[in-house]
Design a binder for this molecule. Structure first.
Ligand SMILES: Cc1ncc(C[n+]2csc(CCOP(=O)(O)OP(=O)(O)O)c2C)c(N)n1
Length: 381
């Protein structure tokens, strides 16, 4: 007897009609990272914007070199260099309007500086001096986040709240490839898509999370594909092509502003330096790989395009270099001054209402400092 005969007259009622809630096709990223420089699309790019990006890239590279030197001189505790990633950093800052908000991670000092924060204040946290170091409200830049991906739900919260209040604000949140494995990444993207919050997520896929390569981080076809599962578009872009990153982010920011909801952008790039000055990258990757990426350098890419189109002469190049040198000299001089710090500031701005434990610790430290002071006075007399 066949199965059908065993079933006899039984006819199941068909389930309610099902269809995907949104068409996934428009959400899918391209199969290749989007490029502008060296392609036909470059002819459409605004020469003034390209020159602005160029000057910022040169400045950014010089900032990375100077900050790394400061770690070697004992003037900076730690520096996660973004050498090789300057196009993402600069484009992120330039894609935003003044009224928008930037939510950076610890590697994004350049984006913070490109947005207008004082170059020294942007390093305060990494010097280990004083909380965030800059006023987040002045340039609408959230604190550099060391805990991975925690800045993402903050960005979504701010963007959603702004929309509820009727404020025209977009939040752009930056995160690394490793950060996409965090629960906060998932929660932020899910809320952003459900609420259609005006937020743009920029993942800088620089190949590694310290020593962990991307292949050990995810089995997704690309990080941009992760967007589809949440119901937002994923865009894949060449992260070393400043014009391409700027265009993709500007489009995503515009879309968010117009009520189109969030976008996840994966910028494919490479971390040329070690994770930080405390890391030895030769233990987990070879020089040959680094060299391949050096040949796809963001500054060189833009310089070649500008030169080929007759948009960059020797004087313009020199003035970009001079401006970068002036910034570096000022950074060096000011970072070489000892910071005047009050240890009691440790307790400031932790909670609006300090906990009893915190008050107790605060009293202990005050007593210790007073005893030390009295001791010193006694010895000197
Ligand atoms: C919640 C959390 N877990 C672990 C760490 C330790 N940690 C610091 S950086 C890092 C790697 C992050 O890599 P990625 O997100 O790819 O960013 P990248 O450093 O490459 O810019 C890890 C695991 C942390 N800071 N926060």
């Amino acid at each position: 007897m066949t199965v059908m005969e065993q079933r006899g007259a039984y006819r199941p009622t068909p389930p309610p009609a099902w269809k995907p809630r949104t068409d996934p096709a428009p959400l899918l990223p391209d199969t290749e990272p989007y490029r502008v420089l060296g392609t036909d699309a470059a002819a459409q790019a605004d020469p003034e914007l390209l020159r602005r990006l160029y000057a910022q890239l040169v400045r950014g590279r010089r900032y990375n070199v100077q900050a790394t030197a400061l770690t070697k001189q004992g003037r900076l505790a730690v520096y996660p260099s973004s050498t090789g990633q300057e196009a993402c950093e600069v484009a992120a800052a330039l894609a935003l309007q003044e009224r928008d908000w930037l939510f950076p991670s610890y590697r994004d000092t350049l984006a913070v500086v490109a947005r207008g924060v004082d170059p020294v204040e942007a390093l305060t946290l990494l010097r280990g001096d004083w909380h965030t170091g800059y006023d987040p409200y002045e340039h609408r830049v959230a604190p550099l986040s060391t805990p991975l991906a925690t800045q993402l739900p903050h960005a979504v919260g701010l963007a959603h709240a702004a929309r509820l209040k009727g404020d025209d604000v977009v939040a752009l949140a930056m995160v690394g490839d490793g950060g996409t494995s965090e629960g906060d990444f998932h929660e932020a993207l899910n809320f952003a898509a459900v609420w259609q919050a005006p937020v743009v997520f920029l993942v800088q896929n620089n190949g590694f999370a310290i020593s962990v390569p991307l292949a050990k981080q995810t089995a997704a076809p690309s990080l941009a594909h992760k967007a589809v599962g949440y119901g937002m578009p994923g865009r894949l872009v060449d992260g070393n092509d400043a014009a391409a990153v700027h265009e993709v982010l500007t489009d995503a920011v515009r879309r968010a502003r117009e009520g189109g909801g969030p976008t996840l952008v994966e910028a494919v790039t490479y971390r040329i330096e070690a994770h930080t000055n405390a890391d030895d990258a030769t233990r987990y990757r070879g020089d040959a790989e680094v060299e391949t990426w050096r040949e796809h350098d963001p500054i060189q890419l833009l310089e070649r395009e500008l030169t080929a189109r007759g948009l960059l002469d020797e004087d313009t190049k020199q003035s970009a270099r001079d401006a970068a040198e002036t910034m570096a000299a000022d950074l060096r001089a000011r970072m070489n001054q000892d910071a005047v710090l009050d240890p009691m500031d440790l307790f400031a701005h932790v909670y609006a209402e300090p906990t009893p434990q915190l008050r107790e610790q605060q009293a202990l430290l005050r007593a210790e400092l007073e005893a030390e002071h009295a001791d010193r006075e006694g010895t000197h007399r």
